[in-house]
Design a protein around this ligand. Structure first.
Ligand code: COA
Ligand code: MG
Length: 286
């Protein structure tokens, strides 16, 4: 008899992922009430060295509570000398995922994956060191735990002696546009969602909406947040609209009604295989 294939795991919905500092249990409790698809409980940059032990304990306690969101923990980097204690404190409480900062390609993914148990996912931040840029195409086929790829524009400038990653108008300079684009292609090459980086100016919700819309346009399917006010804006930006769903359904229906057709016309425009693929991907997220 043929073995029954195990169904693939249900895709996790990652539109909005809200950072919460690991040494702020009060903010974890607030974040738990929000509509963020995931929380990222931070043990890395948002927590001072002296506060890391208390933060580990606070996160472990929060993980022990009932969950309504996916809970990721951002641990310290593989070479930090801190990650052993991070993992020892939190893995017994079974986080849904680990965010790996300063990741450097598939090798670092494999190193972390070998240390995890259960079905804990891994979300690397893939652009934080110079070497990381050259490993962006190496995340595929390494570990089933990989659940996305994201990027950051804050650590790399410091690592290479750049004074900023941004132009005066807030847009990225060329090196960071490259880092963003490589994240997008690296994620899709590995078959996982591309997650946009944070929008630091958390009072500027119009700017956030425009930024998130550009990310969605380019092929990102989710984004990280740093403040509660950003969550609804991000969820809206990365949720297909009714009009988009209707259009996708029309494309799928038209191909279904014309089996064997390669190119068809819808509303006076040519549609072919890539349009059908995009429509199916959109319906899968809707
Ligand atoms: N998670 C949960 N609650 C948060 C929050 C977060 N990330 N950020 C702010 N809040 C809460 C505050 O506790 C406050 O609640 P209250 O009205 O009940 O008192 C409310 O939202 C409004 O906060 P506000 O005064 O606007 O922000 P702030 O000046 O106190 O804090 C930051 C601003 C940026 C320090 C804070 O948003 C933060 O810590 N963000 C995450 C930072 C982080 O983890 N960075 C690492 C990755 S880049
Ligand atoms: Mg950082």
């Amino acid at each position: 008899m043929m073995p029954v294939p195990t169904p693939p795991p249900a895709p996790v919905r990652l539109r909005s992922l809200l950072f919460v500092p690991g040494d702020r249990p009060d903010r974890m409790a607030k974040a738990a009430m929000l509509d963020a698809d995931a929380l990222i409980l931070d043990l890395e940059d948002a927590v001072a060295l002296s506060a890391k032990p208390a933060a580990r304990a606070a996160i472990a306690a929060f993980l022990a509570e009932p969950r309504r969101q996916l809970l990721f923990v951002r641990v310290n980097p593989l070479d930090s000398g801190l990650i052993d204690d991070d993992l020892a404190a939190i893995l017994p409480a079974a986080p849904d995922g680990i965010m790996l900062p300063k990741a450097e390609g598939g090798a670092s993914l494999a190193t972390l994956a070998a240390r995890l148990t259960g079905d804990t996912l891994i979300l690397p931040i893939a652009t934080e060191t110079p070497a990381a840029i050259f490993g962006m195409g190496s995340y595929g086929g390494v570990s089933e735990r990989l659940c996305g790829l994201t990027w950051g524009a804050e650590d790399l400038p410091a690592a290479i002696g750049a004074s900023t990653s941004r132009e005066a108008d807030g847009s990225y300079t060329a090196p960071y546009q490259l880092a963003r684009s490589l994240t997008l292609f690296g994620a899709h090459a590995a078959g996982v969602p591309a997650i946009e980086t944070v929008y630091p100016d958390f009072r500027d919700l119009d700017g956030l909406a425009a930024y998130a819309a550009r990310g969605r346009r380019d092929g990102f399917t989710g984004m990280m947040a740093i403040h509660p006010a950003q969550v609804a804006v991000i969820n809206a930006a990365f949720s297909p609209s009714d009009a988009e769903i209707a259009h996708a359904r029309a494309i799928i229906d038209l191909f279904a009604a014309n089996p064997g057709a390669g190119a068809l016309s819808l509303d006076g425009k040519m549609i072919d295989a890539p349009h059908l693929k995009a429509a199916q991907a959109l319906m899968a997220r809707a």
